[in-house]
Design a protein around this ligand. Structure first.
Ligand code: G6P
Length: 611
């Protein structure tokens, strides 16, 4: 939520920052801005996309080797030019970009107004830069110290970068609760909300921790705690490839990411699964296997698509490892005084590793004494660093706001964890583990076959692109898939859609069914197949239109359904990895046909770093 980029070095800052903002645009895209130092401290900002900001910059002399930039997802104050970042201080000598929410901004603002400050915008962020300047002026101190003292007064979440008109080679950054990465180049530094704007210049990065302040000046990086204790910056080398964050010939990131899934599931399995020996090796959990296997119960906290992966995991963990599992929306969990007993294990699932509610739910669980683990995609993310241990999904950067390859990678990792625990608990025989492991190894190939249905699903999408509502039904392992299919459609095509356990349809949604209602039924072969067939008949009896996802070779459902999409057969536990693929395509093609911005759907952000 909100993307920040900054640069200081010997290159021109504007092109680096604009390119970086485009890479971060998935985090927010209602307005964008940049501050550059060109004799004066110039701030340019504009409601709309980064492309709209580029038009504002067109023809201007932007000669500056230092700058800060921002792409916004509005929280306080509507999206407009004034509320866009960067924000000036009162004297216009300082400028700031901010990602996060300042919870006590009203009281800080009141205090500053009483001291003569006036504000241009409705944002919480503008208060920060006034506060910093006020402290600097009244204490006659360095900007670094002023930032530090200001942040001590702030309640909320922030990643900020500040620049000063009189310090042409200085940037000051601080973080609490919102991510900030510093790229370390040769005599140059890059700061950003994630590594994607940095990676084409350097793969050496420092992740700033909560309550840390970085001062970059004259080519030197100094990190201190907000209590002024010096820290040694830990420089990590990232393995991310530039091409993994580019569209690579696809029209949209989402389409590219859907097609990547055969590869990404393979990457996720590599080196972790040994069917011959009934062995699962998860390096991240090496020392924690027994703790998890001995847990009285497992609680999974997540949001959005990751929550759906958690729901699949509940079914898998309970079936394979025989441990009770509860899946919670992180936002509910953290505010309802949950009971956590000693020995409870809490897993957070998060693509970004930065979702504010998931992070806070984990912090709460940790405080209450739970063992906390993460399943994250983004290496070095806040959740990955907070947890006792965890497993990375290795799906590669996911840029499309609607999650696709992260979901299948999460389900893959969670299946591996379930198998690992099952072995430790003896809840599955070695034979059963071998069989499931072999089947899991064949999933990338089966996903590749499911991906071949794209053109056929595009045709079905054309028939239903103008529908007002959609219903998605599934049972067992395919129930969370129904939820995920409905979420995908809502997110990117703005068609109202609901996912339901197929049997629950009779208790409500059936009243909605008429000839206008497309019903997507995930009806692959498993123990509830016959029941799902009955549910299809119930829909047909009320003239609903059936789009059925079936196992290859199904001879019955094609005679009832209006459209049939075949997927390869696999073990029911693994079916979500395959059956979700057609639903991703359906939402994608419908959204494209409706002229929607697939990669940047309205009102959404990829990384929800505010609660
Ligand atoms: C946002 C995104 C979703 C994502 C959810 C959780 O809503 O738009 O795609 O599933 O956040 O994100 P996380 O990074 O924690 O998986």
């Amino acid at each position: 939520m909100c993307g920040i980029v900054a640069y200081v070095g010997d290159k021109q800052a504007a092109p680096i920052i604009i390119k970086g903002l485009k890479r971060l645009e998935y985090r927010g895209y209602d307005s964008a801005g940049i501050a550059l130092l060109n004799g004066k401290l110039n701030v340019y900002k504009k409601q709309g996309k980064v492309a709209d900001l580029e038009q504002v910059l067109d023809g201007k002399t932007l000669n500056s080797t230092i700058g800060i930039g921002h792409t916004r997802w509005a929280t306080h104050g509507e999206p407009n030019d004034v509320n866009a970042h960067p924000h000036y201080s009162g004297s216009k000598n300082l400028a700031l970009i901010h990602n996060g929410i300042i919870e006590n901004y009203e009281s800080l603002k009141k205090e500053l107004i009483s001291r003569g400050h006036t504000f241009d915008s409705d944002t919480d962020s503008e208060v920060l830069i006034h506060l910093i300047e006020d402290i600097r002026d009244n204490n006659d101190c360095t900007l670094g110290r002023a930032v530090r003292l200001a942040m001590q007064q702030v309640i909320g979440a922030y990643a900020i970068v500040v620049m000063d008109k009189d310090a042409p080679s200085q940037l000051i950054a601080a973080r609490k609760g919102s991510p900030l990465v510093i790229g370390v180049g040769k005599g140059e530094f890059f700061l950003a909300s994630d590594a994607t704007p940095i990676i084409e210049y350097t793969n050496e990065v420092v992740y700033l921790d909560d309550y840390e302040i970085a001062v970059i000046n004259e080519g030197e990086l100094e990190v201190k705690s907000h209590k002024d204790v010096p820290k040694t910056p830990y420089i990590q080398t990232l393995e991310m490839e530039l091409e993994s964050i580019e569209k690579g010939g696809y029209e949209h990131f989402m389409l590219k990411e859907i097609f990547e899934q055969s590869r990404s599931i393979g990457d996720c399995l590599r080196g972790r699964i040994y069917p011959k020996d009934a062995l699962i090796k998860l390096g991240g959990l090496r020392k924690h296997g027994n703790t998890i296997a001995n847990a009285n119960r497992i609680i999974i906290v997540a949001c959005g698509t990751s929550w759906h992966a958690g729901l699949v995991a509940e079914y898998i963990f309970e079936e394979l490892a025989r441990i009770p599992v509860e899946v919670e929306y992180a936002s509910e969990f953290r505010y309802r005084n949950p009971i956590i007993n000693e020995g409870d294990v809490v897993f957070a699932i998060s693509q970004s590793g930065e979702t504010a509610d998931t992070l806070a739910a984990l912090e709460l669980a940790k405080k209450k004494g739970a063992h906390i683990y993460g399943v994250c995609n983004v290496v070095g993310s806040s959740i990955a660093r907070l947890t006792d241990a965890g497993v990375y999904t290795h799906a590669g950067p996911e840029i499309g706001v609607a999650s696709t390859k992260a979901f299948t990678a999460q389900v893959t990792v969670l299946t591996l964890i379930a198998l690992m625990i099952a072995k430790k608990r003896n809840s599955l025989s070695d034979e059963a583990i071998k069989e499931l492991s072999r089947e899991l190894e064949s999933v990338p190939e089966k996903v590749a076959i499911a991906l071949e249905n794209a053109a056929e699903i595009e045709k079905i999408s054309a028939v239903y692109k103008d529908a007002k509502n959609f219903l998605y039904l599934g049972r067992g392992y395919n129930f969370p898939v129904a939820l995920e299919g409905a979420l995908k459609l809502k997110e990117i095509s703005y068609i109202h859609a609901e996912g339901y356990p197929a049997a629950e349809m009779k208790h409500g949604p059936i009243a909605l069914i008429d000839e206008e209602m497309p019903v997507v039924v995930i009806a692959t072969r498993d123990s509830s197949y016959d029941k799902v067939v009955s549910n299809i008949q119930e829909v047909k009896a009320r003239k609903g239109k059936i789009i059925a996802v079936v196992t290859k070779g199904d001879a019955l459902i094609p005679s009832m359904a209006d459209h049939v999409i075949e997927v390869p057969d696999t073990h029911p536990v693994l079916m979500p990895l395959v059956s979700v693929i057609p639903l991703q395509f359906l939402s994608y093609y419908i959204a494209v046909m409706r002229g929607c911005n697939v990669d940047q759907p309205r009102n959404l952000a990829k990384s929800v770093t505010v609660e």
